[in-house]
Design a protein around this ligand. Sequence first.
Ligand SMILES: C[S@@+](CC[C@H](N)C(=O)[O-])C[C@H]1O[C@@H](n2cnc3c(N)ncnc32)[C@H](O)[C@@H]1O
Length: 245
Amino acid sequence: MTGLLPRDDTLYDPAFVAGLFDRCASNYRWWSAISSFGFTYIWRRQCVRLLPRPGPGAVIVDLMAGTGELWPHLLRHAPDLATITALDISHGMHLHAVDRLHSARATRITHIEADALTTDLPEHHADLLTASFGLKTFSPEQQAILARQIARLLKPGGHFALIEASDPHGWALRPLYRAYIDRVLPLIERLFLRGAQDFTMLGPYTRNFRDCTHMAAALRAEGLTVTFHRHFFGCATSVSGHKPA
Ligand SMILES: C[S@@+](CC[C@H](N)C(=O)[O-])C[C@H]1O[C@@H](n2cnc3c(N)ncnc32)[C@H](O)[C@@H]1O
């Protein structure tokens, strides 16, 4: 994307979000690792550690899976027979994820191209459910729909952990953090990715999203038990919990 940033009603249009990630797909993995100074790797690992270790044959649903950055953490956490059902709306991210699957792990991962808000994955499908960095592109209303889907997909007794980059309000270094997200990263993207302004969207999305507080309330409203966590002064927040048996 180039030019002016879109209005808020466009920001949360699933077709717009899918197009944005289609364009980011080929650079996503390295950009996410380098621009976050490796924090996204640490936060994914911390997110997975919020989950109990599942028994053999467990089904793990990874929503907004992107190019599968969470899968190595999940497969290390789960015993050999666990499988992952991964879902993402972006065709580009899907293609990159599938390319990456030409390895021993391929038999343990099913990757579905679909909208998490409307997916017809069966009820009570998941022993564990995860989402890393896939919440910020949902409006508050969409987060309520997503929470309903998560409650529907989890088996009774099933656990979830969701993590997202957040806006660390109250942190003394927040002005520096915001300057990095809002000014430095867009400049680097324009210089190195031929004027693109796609990763630049992280700025408005994280500012609007703020943190996982609203998602936590939406999940509680669906009857799930929820614990809220802050990571590195609130630069990321997460929610974990379970569906009562
Ligand atoms: C920032 S990436 C995160 C990818 C990966 N989980 C990670 O840890 O880096 C967000 C992903 O959410 C996906 N996404 C956004 N809205 C979605 C929706 N409504 N349904 C499914 N996937 C969606 C995007 O296509 C994108 O791949």
